[in-house]
Design a binder for this molecule. Structure first.
Ligand SMILES: Nc1nc2c(ncn2[C@@H]2O[C@H](COP(=O)(O)OP(=O)(O)OP(=O)(O)O)[C@@H](O)[C@H]2O)c(=O)[nH]1
Length: 382
């Protein structure tokens, strides 16, 4: 039995008009994209805002630059907006803007309208170990201003540094912040402004999980990716599958069964192991080559009859699956289904690329044929 028919049909029938991501693989498109990248300022943004020392730079460094959490203790205070373009190394085709806590961005010389107009998500970081009354005031001011400029922004609140709190305290803090923030919005007649809350810490996987959810909301192809994963796992006897952005360990999609933190952590750890081993033993003698390429795959058998299976999907994406040992006996079937799945994923994004380039004349990412949608995701103007 194979899933070839289903997934191909799905990919074919999916009229992708969006260009996310700009670069998903190898070959021709890549050269064009490299040749004419979109001006970095026109890329959709994820803003990191919050009071001083709330942990904004640490989040960005840990998630996108592999900084170890302990090293963040030595981070200096940010004193100007730091724009981080991570799209060259990651599937996540966004700019992350880290704001210095002390800047008054409502200063008249500060063009906040321009900033909010091109924003996909605004992450407001609140230090849960500190008194958060001032932070709540600033949260309200920030989101209400941003909402007036661009109501399509996703507003995400990271209740951060929860590693220092007991489980009960965490829940109580979240409830209290949720209640007060929404009361403030109701008082300002902004009930339509929706805030999403996450408990996060850089000392565990919660920050990666929260960032995954933020990024997923900005991926127009998400429902298709989920469908493909559902079809793949149900036809292959797999229990859970994540499509990972390898560099950041953000999962950009998973099947529709619930995510439990332990499975996610296991898969993250597997990516670390594969990349670390590959960096040490996988490169050529002169140090050339890549730690992650088309050949990348790994199988880890755990002592509880669970198997972890990782395979390369695109230059930036890996599929990591969790399955029982007995299902893994049908590895041939799984590999065949994976082959179809991989092809479908490439097609999903290829459709987006080809609809962007009539007669091959326009490079993907060219500002001429791409606009930023209201929610900040790249959108085809044709
Ligand atoms: N316990 C704990 N400490 C954290 C966490 N995240 C960040 N920190 C610490 O918080 C301090 C401030 O972090 P920064 O990332 O510099 O904060 P910031 O919001 O960028 O600060 P400004 O640049 O001044 O706006 C550092 O000492 C970090 O180590 C966390 O999840 N848990």
């Amino acid at each position: 039995m194979s899933i070839q028919y289903d997934v191909e049909q799905l990919a074919d029938s999916y009229g992708v008009a969006d260009s996310f991501p700009k670069d998903f693989g190898y070959g021709e498109e890549e050269a064009d994209i490299e040749d004419s990248p979109a001006p970095s300022d026109s890329k959709p943004r994820i803003l990191l805002m919050g009071l001083r020392r709330s942990g904004k730079s640490s989040i960005q460094k840990v998630v996108f630059h592999k900084m170890s959490p302990n090293e963040t203790l030595f981070l200096e205070s940010t004193n100007k907006i730091y724009k981080d373009d991570i799209s060259s190394s990651s599937f996540v085709n966004f700019q992350i803007w880290d704001f210095p806590g002390q800047v008054d961005f409502f200063d008249p010389t500060f063009d906040y309208e321009m900033i909010f107009r091109g924003t996909g998500a605004l992450i407001f970081v609140i230090d849960a170990q500190d008194d958060y009354v001032e932070a709540l005031g600033r949260l309200h001011l920030t989101v209400s201003r941003a909402y007036r400029v661009n109501p399509e922004i996703n507003f995400e609140v990271f209740i951060h540094k929860v590693d220092g709190l007991s489980d009960d305290h965490k829940i109580e803090t979240q409830r209290d912040i949720h209640q007060r923030a929404n009361d403030d919005l109701a008082d300002a007649s902004l009930e339509k402004l929706h805030l999403s809350f996450y408990l996060t810490s850089i000392y565990d996987h919660s920050i990666f999980e929260a960032f995954s959810k933020v990024v997923q909301k900005l991926i127009p192809q998400l429902p298709t990716l989920e469908n493909l994963l559902n079809i793949f796992i149900s036809n292959s006897g797999i229990e859970k599958a994540f499509l990972f952005d390898v560099v950041s360990k953000i999962y950009i999609a998973t099947d529709s069964s619930p995510v439990d933190m332990q499975s996610y952590e296991l898969c993250c750890d597997m990516i670390d192991v594969v990349i670390d081993v590959s960096c040490i033993y996988g490169l050529r003698e002169d140090g050339s080559g890549s730690a992650y390429d088309k050949e990348s795959m790994a199988i880890i058998k755990l002592n509880n009859t669970t198997v972890l299976y990782l395979k390369e999907v695109t230059k930036f994406l890996a599929l990591v699956c969790i399955l029982r040992e007995e299902s893994f006996e049908r590895k041939g079937l799984i590999d065949y289904n994976f082959h179809c799945f991989r092809k479908a994923i490439h097609e999903v994004f290829e459709v987006g690329v080809s609809t962007q380039r009539p007669m091959g004349s326009q490079a993907v990412g060219s500002p001429c044929n791409k606009a930023v949608a209201l929610n900040g995701t790249p959108r085809n103007t044709v």
